[in-house]
Design a protein around this ligand. Structure first.
Ligand code: NAD
Ligand code: UD1
Length: 316
């Protein structure tokens, strides 16, 4: 599907801001709505002259409708992204992640948008021991966050079936790359380790470090979004967005030490409560139906990310 004008919700965030740049690079016009709750205007500094930025909350129907006017595609990234935050205040996160997502779909329907691509998460698989995680596995959400993401998937499918709005949901695995905010105790492990490495300080590894994740570079996640927006046969479907490979947490630190010529042993602490030990994506469906294959190796993605953290050490 060709499109000319896109709305990116959460476009001032980590993933959203990379998506905005890629869309502009394709010659697409871009509107962004973001309340800057966890995103930052500095993430859009390079492109601010070329986009229409709407500071506002996706729950505000008028503001959202204004931002969606004239758009033919919506990439919905805005969310309360911290799992612990959703555990602490599930009512508030449901307002944003459940009702906010419904509002985005409803606004898309009302304003003649043809396609909506939604950010979901591998969190929907919970602690199902089967590996790799396949889209056909029954979801086992373990947090309000995971339930929110599933609710969004169900609504998206419903909007396709009921109203003919073309929707596709992408279950991102562990995304990393430049601009990921390391300054929360719940930030992604790579961003935290990067920040530690740049300071020459040891990180804390929860557990023995042999747990593993499927780390996917942010540019690959962006490509998955672009492919999903153009796919003709992805309506009402969900896709894993990962690499199909995994890296042990202890090896993430080792790889950083090698790159920084650091000789720093990590501190070890007990495993995080509820931590999933092993997570890796089955990538067949996305490959076969979207033509998506992650292109950036872990080594290359780490180099690129490290370059950015070194440059932005004190103000990421
Ligand atoms: P982020 O916090 O950098 O981006 C989220 C953006 O949404 C922020 O800019 C924030 O200000 C904005 N936002 C939040 N609530 C809003 C509201 N009510 N109205 C308007 N804007 C609002 O996080 P991210 O890592 O870029 O995540 C983007 C999406 O990807 C989210 O939906 C997240 O759940 C999903 N996701 C991320 C990962 C990951 O590893 N980073 C993994 C799985 C899924
Ligand atoms: C990620 C998502 C979460 C989602 C889950 C689904 C992020 C930040 N979180 O959690 O939203 O619900 O996938 O599976 O992307 N670790 C350390 N030291 C640290 C930080 C982390 O050892 O300082 C370990 C953690 O204990 C974990 C691993 O690194 O074993 C990855 O942690 P994290 O980056 O928080 O991601 P997930 O736990 O996979």
């Amino acid at each position: 599907m060709a499109y000319e004008q896109a709305l990116v919700t959460g476009g001032a965030g980590f993933i959203g801001s990379h998506l905005v740049e890629a869309l502009l690079g394709k010659g697409c016009g871009v509107n962004v709505i973001d309340d800057l709750s966890t995103g930052h205007l500095r993430n859009l500094a390079r492109v601010k002259e070329h986009i229409a930025f709407f500071q506002g909350d996706i729950r505000d129907p008028e503001r959202l409708a204004e931002a969606a006017r004239g758009c033919d595609v919506v990439f919905h990234q805005a969310a309360v992204v911290s799992v612990p935050k959703t555990v602490k205040d599930p009512m508030e996160s449901a307002q944003v992640n459940d009702l906010g997502t419904l509002r985005v779909l409803e606004t898309a329907r009302e304003s003649g948008v043809r396609k909506a691509v939604l950010a979901s998460s591998c969190a929907v698989y919970g602690d199902d021991p089967q590996l790799p995680k396949r889209e056909t596995l029954p979801p086992r959400p373990k947090s309000p966050y995971a339930v929110h993401k599933l609710v969004g998937e169900f609504y998206a499918r419903l909007y396709t079936d009921l109203y003919g709005l073309d929707t596709t949901c992408l279950r991102y695995f562990n995304v990393y790359g430049p601009r990921q905010d390391p300054f929360s105790p719940y930030s992604g492990v790579i961003s935290i380790f990067m920040e530690r490495a740049v300071r020459g300080e040891p990180p804390t590894i929860y557990g023995d470090g042999m747990q593993y994740r499927d780390f996917v570079f942010v540019e690959d996640v962006v490509q998955a979004n672009l492919l999903a927006a153009e796919a003709e046969t992805a309506a009402g479907k969900v896709y894993n967005v990962g690499t199909g490979a995994f890296v042990h947490i202890a090896d993430v630190w080792k790889a950083l030490c090698e790159r920084m010529s650091l000789h720093s042993e990590p501190d070890f602490a007990p495993p995080r409560e509820g931590d999933v030990r092993e997570s890796v994506a089955d990538v067949h469906r996305a490959r076969e139906e979207l033509g998506f294959e992650a292109q950036v190796s872990f080594a290359a993605g780490l180099d690129e990310t490290l370059k950015w953290y070194k440059k932005h050490a004190s103000a990421p």
